[in-house]
Design a protein around this ligand. Structure first.
Ligand SMILES: [Zn+2]
Length: 458
């Protein structure tokens, strides 16, 4: 008996062969973990990229019948995940890494960090320190960072040079610096940076008032208003310690969050960093307002700042992102490490082993950050139409064997040395563990030069 001929779609046939669509790159991997939607780890899938965007995610076996590509790479033992979004950094402070350890927040800031900043921080410090930070972040799989520091235009220049995505903070703080002398100047200089980078593909801006205790009411009201006009987020340390809250009550009779609410700051624009001292009413209030919380567990632990109630915030439906804080209080910018600490700490604080499961923690480090920045339509997951910001993690070898659950393995035991390749907007910025845009030897020489200069002043 003859088999009946297959019906072929004429539109798919050119000269007898199926018509293949062309894309720039196809990345095949043992697992693709999109994060959003929460579909777990897709085995033997690939990501198709054209320009700076993802155009498809499909089974590798089907890709060969669907696409041709200029570049096709195989990652046989790897998981491809969305690049990490480090949602709270002071990138240039890498140059203060290890300068003052084992101190509480106020003494660390007032006796060490602020005096050293007053002596040393200038344009070159911020550029060199940010390049050092970016090198570390890229090698650890981070593709976007949300920064708060002086000379944000230098931080932007460093990010562009290295090819990483950045949200640079229009910083405002109640004391003069080399960047600005007073609140009016801080606002003015920040908005010039905003104007300069407003259409740049890699750089965006956010207002970055340092903290409730370093920025006055008039300035905060103005920031709330201009943030609305410019459509940018607001990035601020809030309720970092119980001591901060008690000092505010002693000064003006109110908890900082209540004051910020009266000034019009509690909204979906606000990224509230730390939030260790919170009442049940305050949690309800920020949930209703749509505030995002940026959780920095390692900085909080090192400075003994208190515990952010992560599981309670997630139960209340609050969007939470993860940040490392500056390297001076961490002492690294390692989002894999931060995920592990966040996961373990959440269980300890909630006294519940089921709290903050692995997939949820990976989501905080990626999609949660994108949402906090108002960029969830472009970043934070491996989805068709989003930027191709992708991290490849090698899960091969006996240290990760046998492999049952790649997401749990990444969150509970992933190490940044397992990050082998990183793409930002489709550009490969880490290739086989090598930075493609940064000279590592020069990086070391520059950092050592700064150490000698800064040490002279100690
Ligand atoms: Zn900070």
């Amino acid at each position: 008996m003859r088999a009946s001929p297959r019906t072929l779609n004429p539109s798919k046939i050119v000269g007898g062969a199926p018509e293949l669509k062309h894309v720039d790159q196809i990345l095949h991997a043992r697992w693709v973990i999109p994060v959003e939607p929460d579909v777990g780890a897709l085995a033997h899938h690939c990501v198709a990229i054209t320009g700076d965007r993802i155009v498809d995610i499909l089974l590798s076996a089907n890709a060969r019948d669907t696409y041709t590509a200029n570049i096709e790479l195989e990652f046989t033992n790897h998981a491809l995940i969305p690049g990490f979004i480090n949602c709270h950094t002071h990138a240039a402070m890498t140059l203060f890494r290890g300068l003052a350890d084992d101190l509480p927040l106020q003494s660390w800031l007032e006796d060490y960090i602020w005096p050293t900043e007053a002596r040393c921080v200038d344009r070159a410090f911020v550029y060199d320190g940010t390049i050092l930070a970016v090198a570390e972040m890229l090698r650890g799989g981070t593709t976007c960072f949300n920064d708060m520091y002086f000379f944000p235009d230098e931080a932007a220049a460093a990010a562009i040079e290295a090819g990483i995505r950045a949200v640079v903070g229009m910083i405002v703080i109640g004391h003069p610096s080399a960047w600005a002398n007073n609140a009016r100047e801080y606002l003015h200089n920040g908005q010039r940076v905003h104007d300069r980078y407003r259409f740049h593909p890699l750089v965006q801006t956010a207002f970055a008032p340092h903290a409730p205790y370093t920025v006055d009411d008039e300035t905060l009201t103005r920031i709330a208003m201009i943030a609305e006009e410019l459509d940018v987020p607001i990035h601020m340390h809030i309720h970092e310690t119980e001591r901060e809250v008690n000092a505010a009550i002693a000064d003006n009779g109110r908890r900082p969050l209540s004051r910020l609410a009266d000034l019009g700051l509690l909204s979906h624009r606000l990224m509230a960093v730390h939030m260790t001292a919170l009442t049940a009413d305050e949690i309800n209030r920020i949930a209703t307002a749509g505030v995002s919380v940026i959780h920095c567990p390692e900085s909080n632990l090192k400075l003994a700042s208190g515990f952010c109630p992560l599981a309670t915030l997630l139960d209340a439906g609050i969007n939470v992102a993860l940040g490392t804080d500056g390297a001076a209080s961490n002492n690294d910018l390692d989002m894999l490490g931060e995920m592990r600490t966040a996961a373990l700490l959440a269980k300890g604080v909630a006294n519940d082993a089921c709290a903050a499961p692995a997939a949820q923690i990976l989501r905080l480090a990626t999609y949660g950050g994108a949402k906090a920045l108002g960029m969830e339509n472009d970043l934070g997951s491996l989805s068709t139409g989003k930027f191709a910001d992708i991290t490849a993690i090698d899960l091969g070898g006996f240290r990760a064997a046998p492999m049952y659950n790649p997401i749990a393995q990444i969150v509970y035991a992933g190490h940044r040395d397992q990050v082998t390749n990183v793409w930002v907007g489709g550009r490969r910025v880490v290739a086989d563990r090598q930075l493609t845009n940064i000279d590592e030897d020069e990086l070391n020489r520059t950092a050592e030069g700064w150490r000698d200069r800064i040490s002279q002043h100690q």
